[in-house]
Write a protein that binds this ligand. Structure first.
Ligand code: SAM
Length: 186
């Protein structure tokens, strides 16, 4: 069985003009991804940003809910935050995973776009049960992961398709749906 990790990427991200940018960390991404990740057995949710002040903000929020008043006020939130961590880039994320799980992770990008080479949910679900290699699922912010980031990954997961043409899920919903499909009990 593989260890499953998740990364919320803030660089390199496409903005609404199609340029590559660094996005800002959003408070409710931290809360919702920590809870969803913890529920589905994700080892660590990495908040990936090259901006030191943004990482400091994550540390502050993390500390508040782990050690501050928040830890006694809301213990299950504190427990969820246990799996959350701020890191600088993908390299640091992969090194941390290698130290913890003993192997380089298999990197899987996510996107709402359809791609002919995409891995199916069933393939990744099976991989999680038969492989020893950890898996890192990468999610975008802004208008999504930059194409060069996606091509640098080992694979791209097939998109969640909705009921019609509109397909703009918030990352928090995409994470919940994908984790349910990959590890949720059927
Ligand atoms: N500003 C938005 C927010 O508040 O969530 C961020 C949108 S960001 C583009 C959404 C991310 O969720 C994508 O980069 C991708 O990782 C994932 N995502 C969104 N829709 C998806 C879909 N239909 N299938 C798979 N992943 C999806």
């Amino acid at each position: 069985v593989s260890d499953l990790y998740l990364a919320l990427i803030h660089y390199p991200i496409i903005n609404k003009e199609g340029r590559v940018v660094t996005t800002s960390v959003t408070n409710f991404d931290l809360h919702d991804l920590a809870r969803t990740g913890r529920t589905f057995g994700v080892k660590t949710v990495f908040i990936v940003t090259p901006n030191e002040k943004q990482r400091d903000m994550v540390h502050y929020i993390h500390g508040y809910w782990r050690e501050g008043y928040g830890a006694t006020y809301n213990p299950d939130r504190s427990e969820a935050f246990q799996i959350l961590e701020a890191v600088t880039d993908l390299k640091e994320t992969c090194l941390t995973i290698k130290n913890r799980s003993g192997n380089d992770p298999y990197l899987i990008a996510t996107s709402a776009r359809v791609s002919p080479e995409a891995l199916s949910f069933a393939e990744v679900r099976r991989r999680l049960t038969v492989s020893e290699q950890p898996i890192l699922l990468c999610f975008g912010t802004g208008h999504g992961l930059a194409p060069e980031f996606i091509t640098s990954c080992d694979g791209l997961l097939e998109p969640i398709s909705g009921a019609g043409e509109f397909n703009h899920l918030p990352v928090r919903s995409a994470v919940a749906i994908i984790l349910d499909r990959l590890v949720g009990r059927l």
